[in-house]
Every structure is written in structure tokens, then in C-alpha cells.
Ligand binder design. Sequence first.
Ligand code: SF4
Length: 620
Amino acid sequence: MYGYMGKMVFVNLSKNEIKIKDIPENWLKDFIGGPGLGARILYEYMPAKADVFGPESMIGFIAGPFNNTGVPLGGRYTVVSKSPVYNGWNDANSGGYFGPTLKKAGFDAVFVNGIADKPVYIWIDNGKVEIREASKYWGMTSNAFERELIKDLGDNRIKAAFIGPGGEKKSYMAAVMNDGHRAAGRGGSGAVMGSKKLKAIVCRGNQKVEIADKEGILKLNKEIFKFLKSHPMIPLMKKFGTTGGFIPSLLSGDAGVKNFAISLEESGLTVEDFKEVGAELLNEKFKVDDFGCSACPVRCGAFFDVEHEKYPMKHVSRPEYETIGWFTSSILNTDPVIMIKCNELCNEYGMDTISVGGTVGWVLECFNEGLLTKDQLDGIEPYWGNGDAVVALTEKICKMEGCGEILGYGSQWAANHFGVGHDYLLVSSGIEMAQHDPRRAPGYIRTYQLDPSIGRHPKGGLAKANDRMTWEEKYNFRVTGFQDVSEIANTEYINNSGLCIFSIRMFPEGSIYKFLELVTGIHYSRKDIREMGIRSFTMRHAFNIREGLRRKDFTVTNRMIGKPPMKAGPLKGITLDEVRLGDNLYNALGYNVDGVPSLDMLELVGGLECVIKDLYPSKK
Ligand code: SF4
């Protein structure tokens, strides 16, 4: 089928077994790729309720049809597994070059189960697959590992999806890394790799993807590049990446202040105090180079050099918006070097900066409110704004040493362990919240709580529409389901095809959908795309249902919904009705109030026979 290599490889590390299979064409048509396809495959090949760290647990690495086809911004791949945090569905994606290289190596996807006797990596070289020993790489941090691997294989075209020491130690916040500093960060899939003693999937190849209409792609690319030239967002993204969002978010209340407890005006600080961590000054002081993902003309990433007596850093990644929010305003730190250092520690140890940042924010509030003591934190005294203490804490968490042995599992786990600080948690079923306050854009609370990949801000839904709404519309929770579903369907399409999420704001209206037909040769109407999106969401959700998770298991904490409401600032007085938003979504999707999809909706959407078989076994 055009756009795909048509093959997936299954590796069982307990049995040392490698099997190559064709991907059923109807699965490709029904789910396109990415997380939707991953959910269909894990549903088929991973037994229900498998122990997340046991041999039956499976992890997958999936490219999308746009990878390696020349579709701009079309280079993302997805990691799928069960999450150790909430024992349910997890998908996380990343840019860089791994996805396109996996296809060059001859495969659309790799799935791994079993547990190796000793550390291994999977070597995929132009269609050939091997399990190789990786003991010498175990314990290496991100850059050291990639450097050593490239040296050993003698080829700098190889690309790897790998874990750092965080994943090796099975931290629930461990990411899957690639291209040094890119991360499929959320949900703890890095720990699943670690539990299998799987250091990396390493690929190389020169195979080409057959495309239905090459000329059509070139023509559409021309139009898009012309459009991008005059798009106001492009120069800003090129120059600042996501860092440009921080100061506006601080003003609007989107970014957190003091662990999202208070507004900026109550903190005694002003925007002026944070100007050193704003986009302009960060670039001016530290930027030395830029970075872009495969097939992307935008190149929104950057590298920094930091000359500093205590924390000197060379060619480290510019932190993204989320990381800036967690490691500056959320902990009342205004020093950019502290924030860059914490980002670097997370990247090097292969940890999710959002979850680590959220855990650090929680520790600071607990310590400053007298709920955690210096003795419990290995002598560290993390007063608000104490940058050195924050670096020390982050290092302990990343290394899972001392108090990091507890904090390394995240804030929810630590709150349960210490028996304190539950009121200060900002988690959805245990996953730390991103720097998007749902009290500002209420759709986020629905996404954080009820997306099958729990706690994920880029997963789409109503929040994407909130910015186009008036204040009254935003906080009117009566009729939100239809719009929520439309936005979900768009995001499923973007994630499944391998597009970067920014494409939706950068490409001309409708063009992102044209690419699918040009690549695959199959005509998908907007109705088909919408149905595919609902099918894909439901497939991911059905994984959770099969695990025994129901709506009561998908939780958010009180502070996230404004209980009690903020006393001042732009979000003053706001309390959200997350139950109503969830009811509206489930209603619009055709799920019952507990989250179980109805037989009618499953039949109407189609392609979900496996789910019907499990939920409605008497149906012939
Ligand atoms: S816009 Fe940025 S994140 Fe998206 S593909 Fe381009 S470089 Fe990667």
C-alpha cells in the first residue's frame, strides 16, 4: 500500500525470537498509523491486564505514513505501551529523525515483548533485524550513549530510540529519547523499555517509500512553502520555538505560579522579574545553533551554550515552554541557568521534564508548608526560589538516588509514600499536569482526565477551540460534546499520520488532509477523517476498558478544577465542572456514563470488531 513499508517486526526478548509480519491493509486504512494503529496492534498481541513490567507487556515504536515521504513537518513517530503510572494506555510521540529512519530501514513499526537476560539493543539494518548486547551502554546518559553507538557502528546516519539511566531504573517519569534531546516523554514508556533491559532500537537503511502521487506532493509543498513565507507565526517559531509562549502565558494565567497555587500578582513578582527567562533574552544570551526535525522548514529547536561558574553547559537543548514554566514561575525561580540546567539533567538522564518539574513543584510546596523536612530530602532545603536546591533535587530525581528513589516515581507516588501533600498535587490519575492551566482553557480538564493517554495537553479536544471563544462561551459547559469530538478527530489524524502538532496552525486550511490522499492514493473525505479520529480515540480508550479501567479511575485533583478558586489574578473565582464536560463528551461519542462504548456506536464507526467481541460477546 502506498505510503507504508507494509511490515512490522515483533521481537520477543525472553525467547530471542524475531518475527516479521505484514500489517493488515484494513488496519492501515482504518487507523492510518501512529497511536491509533499502535492501539489496534497492542489490543491484538498483548494480553489484557499484563503486568506492565512483566514479559507479556509490549512496547511499540510506530512511524506514520508521512514519515520519509517529503510531507513537511511529517516526521514524527509514536511510542505505545501500557503506562506504569495508571496501568492503562500510553502513547507519546517525538520528532527528530527516528521515524523516517525506521521506514528507511524497511519497517513501519517495531513491537517488543519479553525480558532480556542482559541489556540489549535491537539493530534494524535495511530489513535485517538482530538482538545485540548492550551491557557496555547500560548506565550511559543520552549524549554519551549516542556518541558511543555511532562510534561503534561507524556510521552517523544511524538513528536510535533509547532510554537513559532514568528508564533503566524504571522511573515512572522515564522518557524514550531520540536525536540526543528529543523525547517521547510522557507516561513512563521509558520504564517499560528499562524493565525489558532494552536500551535502544537502532535503525539504518536506504529504502524508499512508494508514494501514490509524488508530483501532487511537490505541488502542494510549493503552495505550503509559499504560504509559510508570509505566515506571521513562522519567523517567531523559527526564532523562539515554544519559548515565545512563556511570558504571554504568565500574563494570561496559563503558566503556573507557585505550583499553580496563586496568581502572578499575589506572588509579589512581576513579568519584569521573569524577563531573563523570556524568549528574547534566552536567545540573546545563550543561543548558538538551531535544530529542526526531518522535513521541517521551520526548525523551531535550538542549542545553547552557557558560560557559568557552577553550571557551565555546552551545546545543550533550548528548553521548551513547558519546562520553562515548571522550572521558573512554578517554583518562583527567575534564574535562566537553573532552568536550563534542570532541563539538561532531565534530557541526559532520559526523564520527562513536565513530570519531573511537576514533582519538583510539589516538593517545594510541601517543604515550604512544613509537610516535608530537610531530613526527608537528604539535607536539601528547597525554599521557594532556591535555585541550587532545585538543581540538587532534580539531580536526585533523575538519578533516583537518596530521596530521588521515592520522588523518582512522581508526585502522586511520593504523596502516598510520605502520606502528605495530596492537596498540592496537580495530577490526572497520577500524571503531572502540563503548563496549561485548565482554569484558563477549561477544555484541558477534559483532555487531562479523559483522553485515553491520561494527562496529555497536546491530545486535542475542546481546549483547542477555547482560544477562539468568548469568555462566556468558554465557561458555558452545557453543550460542548460535538465540538470536543471534532477537535479530537483532527488531533487523532495529525498524530496518526506523523505530522507535527504545529502543522494545524501553520498550514493553509484543509491542506493537511490533502496529503493523505497524495501519499496513500486513498480518498478520505472529511467524514472519513472524522470517523477515523473517533475510531482511533475509541481504540485507545478500549485498551483502558479492557484493562478494567472505568470513568471513576480517571481522576483530576481539586486545584486543577479551581477548588477552592483562585483569590486574585486572571483566573480569580473560576471553578470548573469537569463532570459535565466528561458527560458531554461521552454522550457525543456514544459511550455510557461509565465510559463504555455502546454497540451502536462501535458498529457505526466500524473497524472495531475486536472491541465488539470483548464488550458484546453475545453479538454475532
Ligand atoms: S515545527 Fe518544530 S517540532 Fe514541529 S517538526 Fe518542525 S522543528 Fe520539529
